[in-house]
Design a protein around this ligand. Structure first.
Ligand SMILES: Cc1cc2nc3c(=O)[nH]c(=O)nc-3n(C[C@H](O)[C@H](O)[C@H](O)COP(=O)(O)OP(=O)(O)OC[C@H]3O[C@@H](n4cnc5c(N)ncnc54)[C@H](O)[C@@H]3O)c2cc1C
Length: 447
């Protein structure tokens, strides 16, 4: 095999949080690092773009100080947070689909019992968020989140509201998601569901995710090659040979893959990936949902609306308007509000179709006129094929430990195999730090 580029110590595939952090650590330790990223930008599943007249986060958005790896990086890069607007009005559905409207306190009272019951045994089955397999979670890992809801005697109104709240968290149909996915994030907040809710959807990063990941990229002592998709990875006796889409072969002593579980089949692996990766990739992770940004006419009071888990948009919130930016007027002088919506199934909603999105909005928050919509369909994107990872029933205990293990000279760092906040930015950083440490240890023992 002809080798075109100079060999390096470590190739990192992917310049999302996991890849950037791993590369930074290895470069700082003096190793020759090369990051190969198929996209024309860094950041992976975080991506800030100006759309609808605002800087919008098309992927990961909210962070919190209870996410320790995230917060260490926030401090390191001197990032600030700003609160997403607190709702002034809440909308939800009563029995038989009757519309309800009330205060945040009303809604919290409605969901309190259900939210608590869903995660009531978290302290027993998963006592430490940092060790999701450390307790007897296997006893109930075969249950879906839906199984748990089905076992609770919630009335229709409370059930719709509670289930929709969980669609907002897991971005999936609840019968597809393991109960353990819900429990592990509540375990990460010491068993307190209210804190988990706050952590996952309240504080945005000032300046946007892309500015933050660019700052990390600037700290990487090594090349980051954009527009460089990897098509194959071959392990030889003491080297890994990577082939890019342009046919270039690059050799390295170790490799870190940061590909999401659903995207690993985009590379030909020789030898084949370990069983757990093949299994998880073929099953796919449970999250198959939608995040869509929606511009509606007028300045709408700050609100949050919840439908049922079967609606194309189960959760809808107002995010920008009025004094949020100085660009909140269209050229014809029309004021508008920007909403963000989440749904369980990307096939249920064409996020490019204003009429379809209008119908989905009407179902949960009537009386708004949709002007424009925008989104990135992460499910159709071959470099992700997923939004944020949640396990299918049984998959956490079946696969997680194995997914964390290196296979020969190949290591795996991705939020999908993190311990604490798997699926979140925090998990990506955790996994990047973990694998950088392991690779350093392996290279130093190689001599
Ligand atoms: C819509 C959405 C909303 C989210 N909301 C939040 C949130 O509010 N808070 C939060 O903490 N998290 C959120 N997340 C999750 C968070 O964004 C991810 O967990 C995190 O960014 C994943 O980082 P990663 O490095 O593990 O993976 P990725 O960011 O997916 O990085 C993998 C990289 O590998 C590259 N790649 C893939 N295949 C190849 C190839 N063959 N060759 C070269 N490069 C390749 C990809 O282009 C990508 O850049 C959200 C995600 C989405 C999609």
């Amino acid at each position: 095999m002809d080798t075109v580029a100079q060999p390096v110590d470590v190739i990192v595939i992917g310049a999302g949080f996991a890849g950037l952090v791993a590369a930074r650590e290895l470069g700082a330790a003096g190793y020759r690092v090369l990051v190969l990223e198929a996209r024309d930008r860094v950041g992976g599943r975080t991506w800030t773009e100006r759309r609808l007249g605002h800087e919008l986060e098309l992927g990961g958005t909210w962070v919190h100080w209870v996410q320790p790896h995230t917060w260490a990086e926030m401090t390191r890069y001197q990032r600030e947070i700003v609160r997403s607007p607190a709702a002034e009005e809440m909308y939800w559905l009563g029995a038989g689909g009757e519309r309800r409207q009330g205060s945040v306190a009303d809604f919290m009272t409605l969901i309190d019992e259900g939210q608590q019951l869903v995660v009531d045994d978290v302290r027993t089955v998963m006592p430490r968020g940092t060790d999701p397999l450390g307790g007897p979670i296997a006893e109930l890992d075969d249950l879906s989140l839906q199984d748990r809801f089905d076992s609770l005697a919630l009335d229709e109104e409370s059930r719709h509201a509670n289930e929709s709240v969980w669609v907002g968290h897991v971005n999936a149909r609840l019968d597809q998601v393991g109960l353990s996915s819900a429990l592990r994030w509540v375990a990460a907040t010491g068993g307190h569901w209210q804190l988990m809710h706050e952590a996952s959807s309240t504080y945005r990063v000032v300046g946007g995710m892309s500015a933050w990941t660019s700052a990390i990229a600037e700290d990487v002592r090594g090349d980051i090659r954009l527009n460089t998709g990897v098509v194959s990875v071959t392990q030889e006796e003491d080297e890994v040979v990577v082939t890019t889409a342009t046919g270039e072969h690059i050799r390295a002593r170790r490799l870190i893959s940061t590909l999401p579980i659903n995207a690993v089949s985009g590379i030909e692996w020789e030898p084949a990936l370990p069983e757990a990766w093949l299994r998880a990739n073929s099953d796919t992770v449970a999250s198959q949902g939608t995040k869509v940004w929606i511009k509606v006419r007028g300045h709408v009071p700050r609100f949050a609306a919840y439908g049922t888990q079967h609606h194309p948009i189960s959760v809808l919130k107002s995010e920008y308007r009025g004094t949020d930016t100085d660009t909140d007027t269209d050229t014809d002088g029309t004021v508008h509000t920007i909403l963000v919506g989440f749904g369980p199934d990307h096939t249920q909603l064409d996020v490019t179709n204003v009429g379809e999105v209008q119908r989905a909005v009407d179902a949960v928050r009537p009386g708004l006129q949709v002007l424009e919509v925008t989104a990135h369909d992460w499910m159709k994107d071959p470099l992700s094929r997923t939004t944020w990872m949640t396990h299918r029933p049984g998959a956490l205990t079946r696969d997680l430990a194995e997914l964390q293990q290196p296979a020969g000279l190949v290591h795996f760092a991705t939020t999908d195999n993190a311990d604490l906040w798997g699926g979140f930015i925090d998990g990506a950083i955790e996994s990047g730090l973990r694998e950088a440490h392991r690779v350093k240890a392996a290279l130093s023992s190689d001599g």
